[in-house]
Design a protein around this ligand. Structure first.
Ligand code: PLP
Length: 675
């Protein structure tokens, strides 16, 4: 009516790229599911002015561009200045007759923006409340008096830098002061908000007079999404003890009953360990509280394991080797009544190794909650063609009861149903091919196998293994150009953290291999390699429905769960995967006939590490693998320049934590079955 096309308008909307990868996406899927289940749940986060950077691929390399997603405004949010709250930093702790006081602090205000989270077809709308940093009016007041009015106003920005930009690391801890401030900013604003709401509730206000905070844990549950909000534990203690005047033991019981902790990774470089010196400076009272929590916890440990000093050292919240640091995972475990991993294997690894001492001391605390995805976004919305076919057969209640998809089994041999599903997939592939041609000027054969790996670039996720497989297929075609080969388009996409040198090298190698493969006339359209630029949720929604093969090939024991694996599966792609994360449970659910599992299990990986992994053994005994690595090394993919990928080759042959070479032989045999 207005001459506008709703689809065109939709395309103009920016992604709210406020997370890095699976962890943030999981929170978003949970919000959808909680609203759909009618649970009274809130999501809390930071309203970053700049979300995850936009990725450009320029001459085969990643370039980062700032994500200025609020440039044209955000129609979905509503500022709530009436709920603005102060957050304190720095200062010192004063002993007073009425207890400890945190004084002489610098204040930043947290201004909430509410975003509606509608449930599916149930008239429920929950709230995602995102905090934005606002300078207080009196910020830098002393400079006003000094006469530098202009500079004082300009400097107001400094306080507001707290919510300026998302740190773009996935599965990596970067111990920057600004990051710690972001984490505490969110925690402090959120806890005040929760307590304000508790007190103003019918329940809270009456009960508070009679029994203080006794019913707080019955009315409030705080689920910590990794250790990023771990300061919630000492902050809740500070509020209950210093502000509300509860005694320590009571406050500790309430805190433990309120908090629960989800662990998302076992990679040591991802675990948050903040230096005590930094905490002492920025949050002096919290540092005291953490020391006291640790003092009491160490007493518990020594009562339970008298004389076991090594156990005390291992379980301490404070790490003393080198610079003194707080182990935030330990803080979360001790301050929570429940701890969970995100897939069965991951939760088992937490009990067996990473948190073994804690598990032995308190086994009841440890649980599993395997990750999931919302079928509303990842099937109904993104794949209308397949959704319609499913609805025709089994109705539409699968949208809120996904297990009902089991009913489709009765149509598995139904030729008409098979044709319809295949037709939907083919149309989705043609649509993606068209988009890639339009946006990136690459020709794609829509009748080739779409073999796709999209996720953040990380060595543990083994995009390099995929790359070795591509090169192996290329060499086979070249060696035997007339042999039967089902045409395949391999697509790889994902962002590398800007400071992750090896990840950026991996992108460069994939693009370089693509350049050679895609322009080789002997290969023709049998094999194409496409780098999918700027992988993000809106692109994922177009990719998943068009995938034939899903690559989930992390080294066993490294991917906590994965959720990309589930998105592909729900859209009918076959998984090529290792026995890692949720792949294992997916394989159990669908049966080994319906998934391509390869490689070592976690016990075999551990055994190989113990025995001593020598990549050269595989390099020397597998001629096809040797050829690949030699080509990368001798400049075959880099215009004859042997230096370009020397660090990649060096990592593969001499410092490979992820055992790429141990399974290259297997993946190339296995994937060729898909023909
Ligand atoms: C689902 C999703 C992820 C997580 O993918 P994994 O394969 O589980 O690592 C990352 N980024 C985006 C944009 C996603 O949609």
């Amino acid at each position: 009516m207005l001459g506008l096309d709703i689809e065109e308008l939709e395309e103009l909307e920016e992604d709210a790229g406020l997370g890095n990868g699976g962890l943030g996406r999981l929170a978003a899927c949970f919000l959808d599911s909680m609203a759909t289940l009618g649970l009274a749940a809130y999501g809390y986060g930071i309203r970053y002015e700049y979300g995850i950077f936009a990725q450009k691929i320029v001459n085969g390399e990643q370039q980062e561009e700032p994500d200025d997603w609020l440039r044209f405004g955000n129609p979905w949010e509503k500022a709530r200045p009436e709920y603005m709250l102060p957050v304190n930093f720095y200062g010192r702790v004063e002993d007073t007759p009425t207890g400890k006081k945190w004084v002489d602090t610098q204040v930043v205000f947290a201004l909430p923006y509410d975003n509606p989270i509608p449930g599916y077809g149930n008239n429920v709308v929950n709230t995602l409340r995102l905090w934005s940093a606002k300078s207080p009016v009196e910020f830098n007041l002393k400079f006003f008096n000094d006469g530098d009015y202009i500079q004082a106003v300009i400097d107001r920005n400094i306080a507001e830098n707290i919510s300026r930009v998302l740190y773009p690391n996935d599965n990596f801890f970067e111990g920057k002061e600004l990051r710690l401030k972001q984490e505490y900013f969110m925690v402090a604003a959120t806890l005040q908000d929760i307590i304000r709401r508790y007190k103003s509730s019918r329940f809270g206000s009456r009960e508070v007079v009679r029994t203080g905070f006794d019913s707080f844990p019955d009315k409030v549950a705080i689920q910590l999404n990794d250790t990023h909000p771990s300061m919630a534990v000492p902050e809740l203690m500070r509020i209950l003890v210093d502000v509300e005047g509860l005694d320590w033991d009571k406050a500790w019981e309430l805190t433990k009953r309120t908090c629960a902790y989800t662990n998302h990774t076992v990679l040591p470089e991802a675990l948050e360990r903040w230096p005590c010196s930094m905490l002492e400076n920025i949050l002096p009272r919290h540092m005291q509280i953490i020391y006291h929590i640790n003092y009491l916890f160490m007493q518990d440990v020594s009562k339970r394991y008298p004389g076991d000093m090594d156990k005390m050292r291992r379980m301490s919240l404070i790490e003393e080797s080198g610079e003194k640091r707080v182990n935030m995972a330990h803080l979360c475990i001790v301050g929570s009544h429940a701890v969970n991993g995100v897939a069965a294997i991951h939760s088992q690894i937490l009990k067996d190794s990473v948190f073994r001492d804690f598990y032995e001391m308190d086994p009841e605390k440890f649980q599993n909650k395997t990750n999931g995805i919302t079928p509303r976004r990842w099937l109904l919305l993104c794949n209308p063609a397949l959704s319609d076919i499913i609805c025709e057969k089994i109705g539409e209640s699968w949208v809120v009861h996904l297990e009902e998809l089991q009913q489709l089994k009765q149509f598995a041999e139904d030729a008409g149903f098979q044709r319809a599903v295949q037709k939907a997939k083919q149309e989705n592939k043609m649509r993606l091919a068209e988009l890639l041609t339009k946006e990136y000027n690459v020709e794609i054969n829509p009748s080739s196998i779409f073999d796709i790996q999209v996720k953040r670039i990380h060595e543990y996720k083994r995009q390099l293994l995929n790359c070795l497989h591509i090169i192996t297929m290329y060499n086979r075609i070249k060696k035997n150009p007339n042999a039967h080969f089902v045409p395949r388009t391999v697509m790889i996409g994902g962002k590398a953290a800007p400071g992750y040198y090896m990840a950026k090298n991996i992108i460069k190698l994939i693009c370089a291999v693509g350049n050679v493969v895609n322009n080789d006339p002997i290969v023709g359209d049998k094999l194409k390699v496409i780098y999918l630029e700027n992988y993000r949720v809106t692109l994922a929604e177009k990719i998943m429905p068009a995938a034939d093969l899903s690559e989930q090939i992390s080294t066993a024991g490294t991917e906590a769960s994965g959720t990309g694996n589930m998105k592909f599966m729900l859209n009918g792609a076959l998984t090529v995967g290792t026995l890692d994360g949720a792949n294992i449970e997916m394989a159990e659910e669908m049966g080994l006939d319906n998934i391509f599992i390869f490689g070592m299990n976690v016990e075999e990986v551990e055994a190989l590490h113990r025995k001593g992994y020598n990549a050269l053994d595989y390099y020397n005994s597998l001629p096809e693998l040797k050829q690949c690595i030699d080509q990368i090394q001798n400049g075959f993919f880099s215009a004859g320049n042997p230096d370009t990928f020397k660090d990649v080759v060096n990592a593969l042959l001499y410092h490979d934590r992820y055992l790429h070479n141990s399974c290259e032989g297997m993946i190339s045999q296995l994937v060729c079955l898909v023909t």
